[in-house]
Design a protein around this ligand. Structure first.
Ligand code: ZN
Length: 445
């Protein structure tokens, strides 16, 4: 079955609910850039797709970085003198500063206070904070909970954690296609109980992999589930051969909030994935944004660093930092919607369909319009809205199939969706009216 046919069989409500359920299943694990939270997450994904899990030892040099010590967190709390936990890791894993060094002490509030992180402008939310590369310990809590503390009391502070030699863990799944040319799909798996910022991308990537596994594939697809920054750097340091085969790529992140889709172009700016995504979002007819590359954001920063400059863009909904729930306990199951998740998955499928099928043809009957009715060509294209659309698509394809214009060019020029244009080209080819002129620059490197 073609990817387009797989896509058209999906029911948005069903698939959205499945994606939301997967997020709920992965939510409790206390992920970080290393440790068991990542392993537990990858194990659950491994029940759905045959993931290869890689363990890279602490101290391994990776590009300009070094794989850090592994963080193991068992418990963390601040308790008053009666033993009552005022901040409790068991209630939310956001409460502990991610990568906190172990601590076990009793302190007056004045000494505890510099280790407490809150959001005064969002007093009921717990912030998400990390300290990967600075040794520190700390707790995050709702600002309004500071009222529970007293200047006169002393507090028991416990972070029951280890920071010691271990591994950085990442998951990888290669789906081979007819060609060894690869599409890289990457998402980060290092945030603890946050839904949009990381689990939405993880869920969509996993479902995408399952769907691609059941589709005919010209291209090969490599899915990587990596801790942000250090994970993609580790993957890049270890995968020279795969990097050389990467023709297209997409970072998936923040694809579940209710905002419209945002696509961030690759550093190249006009790579095939950029053209495909811009077309797909434009075809939606709904509000969306396309942004140029910038060297901040997610792992596209690493894939698009100048020494690699891979054609990797980033699909999201509302960009990070532009919604108040970002990196707070407000990024929860209610913040991500089944509808947005299904919509993001559909955008990926449609863009990958462009990558799979875009090519250039030559009209073999270019003098005057060939008589389509005689050939039974009206109303024969799967998935189009009506006969008039079919007819228009065929006329566009015939007119611009001059060896110069790709199907995506024709789709853009005509305003028709790529899958309709590609469907009509397939039909015209079957009827001997078109011949392949070869793959275009759009599909190449
Ligand atoms: Zn984040």
């Amino acid at each position: 079955m073609t990817l387009d046919a797989v896509r058209r069989e999906l029911r948005a409500e069903e698939v959205g609910a499945e994606l939301h359920d997967l997020i709920a299943e992965l939510l409790p694990f206390c992920r970080s850039i290393t440790g068991d939270g990542v392993r537990q997450t990858l194990a659950r994904l491994g029940e759905r797709i045959p993931l290869a899990v890689h363990e890279v030892p602490t101290g391994t040099p990776v590009l300009d970085w070094t794989v850090p010590a592994e963080w193991t967190i068992r418990d963390a709390y601040v308790a008053d003198e009666s033993g009552r936990r005022l901040i409790d890791f068991r209630a939310s894993n956001l409460h502990v500063l991610n990568y906190s060094v172990p601590v076990r002490t009793r302190l007056p509030f004045a000494e505890l206070r510099p280790h407490l992180f809150t959001l005064p402008d969002q007093p009921s939310r717990i912030p998400y904070r990390t300290s990967y590369y600075n040794e520190n310990w700390g707790f995050c809590l709702a600002h309004e909970r500071l009222a529970d503390f007293s200047e006169d009391e002393r507090y028991d502070v416990v972070v029951d954690a280890d920071l010691s030699d271990g591994h950085l863990t990442y998951g990888e799944y290669l789906l081979e296609g007819e060609s060894s040319d690869e599409v890289l799909v990457s998402c980060h798996v290092c945030h603890p109980s946050l839904c949009n910022d990381n689990l939405s991308g993880v869920a969509v990537a996993t479902r995408l992999a399952q769907l691609l596994a059941g589709a005919e594939r010209r291209l090969s697809y490599r899915f990587v589930f990596v801790p942000g920054t250090i994970g993609s750097i580790t993957w890049l340091a270890r995968n020279e051969a795969a990097i050389a085969r990467t023709r297209h790529g997409l970072v998936l992140t923040g694809v579940g909030d209710r905002g419209g889709p945002t696509y961030k172009r690759s550093r190249r700016g006009d790579a095939a994935i950029d053209q495909a995504m811009v077309h797909v979002l434009g075809q939606d007819g709904r509000a969306h944004a396309v942004e140029d590359f910038s060297p901040w954001g997610y792992d596209e920063r690493q894939y698009c660093s100048p020494g690699f400059d891979l054609p990797v863009g980033c699909l999201m909904r509302t960009p990070h930092g532009r919604y108040p729930e970002y990196h707070t306990s407000g990024d929860d199951l209610d913040f991500v919607s089944a509808e947005a998740l299904a919509d993001s998955l559909d955008h990926c499928l449609r863009a990958f369909d462009v990558l799979e099928r875009d090519s250039t043809f030559i009209n073999l009957s270019p003098k005057g319009e060939p008589q389509l009715g005689r050939r039974g060509l009206y109303g024969a294209i799967g998935g189009s809205a009506d006969k008039r659309t079919d007819e228009r698509a065929m006329l566009w394809v015939l007119n611009y199939s001059d060896g110069e214009h790709s199907l995506l060019d024709i789709a853009e020029r005509s305003g028709l969706p790529f899958h309709i244009v590609a469907g009509s080209a397939a039909l015209l080819s079957e009827h001997g009216l078109l011949a392949a002129a070869g793959r275009t620059a759009t599909v190449g490197t």
